[in-house]
Ligand binder design. Sequence first.
Ligand code: BEZ
Length: 220
Amino acid sequence: MAQQNYLRLGDTAPDFEADSTQGRISFHKWKEGKWAILFSHPGDYTPVCTTELGMTAKLQPEFAKRNTLVIGLSVDNVDDHHGWVKDIETTQNCTVNYPIVADPDRTVAETYGMIHPNSPHTMAGKLTVRTVWIIDPNNKVRLNLTYPAATGRNFNEVMRVLDALQLTDNYKVATPVNWEQGQDCVVLPTISTEDAKSLFPKGVTEVTPYLRLTPQPNLP
Ligand code: BEZ
């Protein structure tokens, strides 16, 4: 089996310089101090991608509230991106205010492992699959989701994971199965129940010594 280098959680997201619908972008400089959602789509002028990019445009203000930039990528060129953005805005009733990277020579896509040669509907590995990367302000990879080309992603789920990651970073809680905003969180296993009681003044419920719940700490 061919040896492959995978980008793993906790690794530094590779920097790159590329053209985009908002001009030349130096990735690390562009996102400096912020979280970023970098997502690839198989190609311009394709139906599923059109709906995904429209939804991302509508969610962009919510991502911004979370100190998060969004950036798309496909292996098409900038002129195609510009033409297609007009279609996205018309058909999805939105304004696309985030950049879409043009990666016609697939340099970024290959570096990030977004080309999957054996995946169906990617023209023998010439197109990208649907990968989402959540990258934190220190440029570390915090999430990698990969969907097949013919399956649209759920960007509400991407937002949910972003919220969960930021809660863990800021409040020392984890999030249980199917967690949604406003629901109880899990005290990190590294914190003793005694410490948890002073750390979480809203209260700690000890279901078992290792499963401790507390109300979501960043809500009033
Ligand atoms: C699309 O983006 O619409 C798409 C791409 C590849 C296969 C099927 C759908």
